[in-house]
Design a protein around this ligand. Structure first.
Ligand SMILES: [Zn+2]
Length: 116
């Protein structure tokens, strides 16, 4: 019963991940909350390094152990992510991104939340 109810109220879709909903409503087809974009795959947290129109360059660092030297090496991953119009993020923000279908040649992530 409750499931049918939430399907009728189509302002926000449940994206299947516990994140706070954007306060605004947008008309972007490629928005996981208001469009048809489904999220599947992996979720990462990173820093928004630069922004061009609706594309963000997101970066995060991780450590990998080098057994020979018994020390850790710092490595970096850089991906492009789509920014839906309902999410306000700027350069330097910490964001949570989720994997989705390929949106362009190099984009297959979408920003789902700004981390305060
Ligand atoms: Zn939206």
């Amino acid at each position: 019963m409750e499931e049918n109810k939430s399907k009728k109220e189509k302002t926000h879709r449940d994206i299947g991940i516990p994140v706070k909903q954007p306060s605004r409503v947008c008309k972007d087809k490629r928005c996981p909350f208001h469009g048809n974009l489904s999220i599947r795959g992996r979720i990462f947290e990173g820093v928004l390094k630069s922004k061009h129109n609706s594309t963000a360059k997101v970066e995060w660092e991780y450590l990998i152990k080098i057994p020979k030297y018994e020390r850790y090496e710092k490595r970096r991953t850089r991906v492009y992510a789509h920014i839906p119009p309902c999410i306000d993020v700027k350069q330097g923000d910490k964001v949570r991104i989720a994997e989705c279908r390929p949106l362009s040649k190099t984009k297959h992530f979408v920003v789902i939340e700004k981390i305060e």
